[in-house]
Design a protein around this ligand. Structure first.
Ligand code: SAM
Length: 329
């Protein structure tokens, strides 16, 4: 194990604490700072293979194996006691959060289609975003009290009225490098652990949505979307209007793979609905800055920004209507 005091891992943990966890999870902010301050924990993380040293992955693996540690001393104790098992989880799993809240944008866009439609998801994880038609929605206006338990997906809307119902989805399939099966205890526990400790409304939503789809487990094909997206589109039932969706997935792919996915969708004529960080699948709208309270995805249609979307689906801020010129795909 190596322990360089100024290893980039330490800087990464500090940046994670201050730029990602702050304001969202006091526990993760504190644990990431404590990890960064601990030579023993930094040596442990730096000893993992490149690509397996992310703070988010470490903290999830730690909770998965040892539970939530009680402060800095508990963190060091857990790593000393359970290090081998934590390392094994870090090496074999990844941060494949599946967030059915992202169906808010899909539901709003699909509601404009007559249906039935086919839905393909690129980077589907456990496939929970393949079921926007099975979940219930509570769309509210800003300032309206939104009861987090009002529906499976609770979303504040600005710039548009509430959408109508989601049309019938007559065909659905996903592709993922490593599909998870939410029916197995281990994968379900991992999906739950990927939700940050204080985000209890997300955990409740995940559990509800897993139950909703339990009778019709999603088909998620194992493989690289760069090669399989075109095939999945080709194999979809003929005559069915197709929608291809991706959320927080293209960001993990190299540029060439992103281009391959975009080309496959564009050449097929399918409707492309993406929710990714600005610049990944669509550019940020130059004249409509993201809301100030946090990081937002660009929710796009055919490569053109349509809304700013909270990464977990809690809010959608529609942009003024504009022509679809200048698509970034
Ligand atoms: C953060 S998860 C998001 C899952 C889901 N789209 C959602 O929004 O809940 C990203 C997923 O993309 C998958 N992924 C990354 N690169 C991929 C590739 N080249 N082909 C297929 N899946 C990929 C990962 O395995 C992971 O499950």
């Amino acid at each position: 194990m190596s322990d360089p005091p100024d290893h980039p891992v330490r800087a990464h943990f500090r940046a994670f604490a201050r730029e990602q966890a702050r304001g969202k999870s006091d526990l993760y902010e504190g644990l990431a700072e404590a990890a960064a301050a601990s030579d023993a924990v930094m040596a442990f993380v730096a000893g993992q293979p490149p690509g397996k040293r992310q703070a988010n992955l470490f903290l999830a693996a730690l909770r998965f194996v040892s539970g939530l540690p009680d402060g800095a001393a508990g963190l060091e104790r857990a790593v000393a006691r359970d290090g081998d098992r934590i390392a094994q989880v870090m090496r074999t799993r990844s941060t494949q959060t599946n967030e059915p809240g992202r169906c808010a944008y899909l539901a709003a866009q699909l509601a404009a289609l007559p249906g039935p439609v086919g839905l393909i998801e690129v980077g589907a994880s456990a496939g929970l975003c393949l079921y926007p038609d099975l979940y219930s929605y509570a769309f509210s206006s800003p300032g309206e009290a939104a009861d987090p338990g009002a529906a499976d997906v609770v979303c504040t809307l600005t710039g548009r009225t509430r959408p109508g119902p989601v049309p019938e989805i007559a065909h659905r399939v996903g592709v993922d490098l490593n599909p998870l099966d939410a029916r197995t205890p281990a994968d379900r526990a991992w999906l739950e652990t990927l939700i940050w400790p204080e985000q209890t409304h997300r955990l409740a939503r995940l559990r509800r949505c897993i139950e909703r789809v339990a009778d019709q487990p999603p088909a998620v094909i194992r493989g690289d979307a760069a090669y399989l997206t075109a095939a999945l589109i080709r194999e979809a039932p003929k005559g069915l209007p197709l929608v291809v969706a991706n959320a927080a997935a293209l960001v993990y792919m190299p540029d060439a793979a992103r281009r391959a996915v975009a080309t496959a969708i564009r050449e097929s004529g399918a409707l492309w609905l993406s929710q990714e960080a600005p610049g990944v699948a669509a550019s940020a709208p130059p004249d409509a800055p993201a809301p100030a309270d946090g990081l937002f995805f660009v929710a796009a249609q055919n490569g053109v920004a349509k809304a700013w979307a909270n990464p977990h689906g809690d809010s959608l801020h529609w942009l003024p209507a504009r022509p679809d010129a200048g698509a970034a795909r």
